[in-house]
Design a protein around this ligand. Sequence first.
Ligand SMILES: Cc1cc2nc3c(=O)[nH]c(=O)nc-3n(C[C@H](O)[C@H](O)[C@H](O)COP(=O)(O)OP(=O)(O)OC[C@H]3O[C@@H](n4cnc5c(N)ncnc54)[C@H](O)[C@@H]3O)c2cc1C
Length: 378
Amino acid sequence: MSNDKTSTVEIAGAGPAGLAAAITLARAERPVIVHEAQAEVGYRFKRDLQGLENWTTRQDTLNVLQEMGITTGFKRLPCRQGTAFDAWDMPYAIHSHAPLFYMVVRGPGPDTLDMALLRQAEELGVEVRFNSRLRHAHGSAIFATGPKAADAIAVGYHFDTRMADGFGVICEDDLAPKGYAYLLVMGGKGTVKSCMFTGFKQEALYVQRTVAAFQRLVGLEMIDPRAHGGVGNFRVPGMARSGVHPVVGEQAGFQDTLWGFGMRAAITSGVLSARSLLEGSDYDRLWRQVLGELMTAGVVNRALYSLLGNRGYRWLLRHQENHSDARELLHRYYRPSRVKGLLAPLARWRFQSQRQDESCNHVDCSCVWCRHGRERHA
Ligand SMILES: Cc1cc2nc3c(=O)[nH]c(=O)nc-3n(C[C@H](O)[C@H](O)[C@H](O)COP(=O)(O)OP(=O)(O)OC[C@H]3O[C@@H](n4cnc5c(N)ncnc54)[C@H](O)[C@@H]3O)c2cc1C
């Protein structure tokens, strides 16, 4: 394989992970070709509203992106307050001084996160080939093809609405088993979803209950609802490589195992993979340094959260309401600690990815044995 600092790097996948890698390489004047299997960026998201979390670092996530050389030129709504509900319809205020997360739009369109990344990449001279599915890599390459299994699903609707901007969450297993139901509204557009970690076969029932609950609790108004959903694939990989090629983003399993806020890990791993090619350094060492402890804390958090049940969620919501700042509290929950380190092996055993073959990181998996493949809800 040639990685002689001038050879072209091929990247499979124009999601946040692949584009962040492309931008980092292009900023160092390395030639890059990004192959995107679909006709546009963010195809699977179709203008989904998502949250760019702002609690894993003390530094604001927008500054973190800027320091990594990644654009922040996308539409966003800083979210400092919202409402959470328990299974008994009790509301709990969520407050944070700094934004808890930034609401962003995903998929095609002028103002989305995906388009901002694409624009930055193209302005830096990256060649992006759409309708181009990379099947084999012959030279330097980075694999960024997204999830390979469904460890969680988020299913519901996109819609137009006259509701005010904001967000709401419901923690109730009858709506979103082991997960949470959420409502996001920005600029007359909304998304309502049940994000579930089990019970996928009854997804339609959970979505129906989620919509009914938000109608009852906050007067959810959906104009022209369009069904939408997708999957999340979480795992702490042993090695994030396929042969010699770095594997980044959700293809590697980099995600927020607790709640599925995977965009930041995708972008960060993309940047790290590019740096490893530029510097000739060990990508596995880099991601372990930057993401390893956070991923481990996420798995422990997931194992604990999945034990809570409705009464446990109620306790958690009360606890957060009594805390002066939700961002501070979440920062603490996501921070690595000795206790989390000790619990990690048990948590890993309890939470196991649905991937049939954990070692398969092929660029365009067609292995019959590992059953990786297309998304159920693409
Ligand atoms: C419904 C839903 C809601 C979510 N909400 C949030 C949220 O609120 N906050 C958050 O942080 N995260 C959220 N996530 C997770 C987040 O979207 C992902 O973690 C993130 O998009 C992963 O980025 P990625 O680049 O790894 O993969 P993707 O975004 O999936 O991009 C992979 C790209 O690779 C392309 N591709 C696949 N195979 C090939 C191939 N062989 N050759 C070329 N191209 C290929 C695909 O078409 C795709 O465009 C959500 C996910 C879902 C499904």
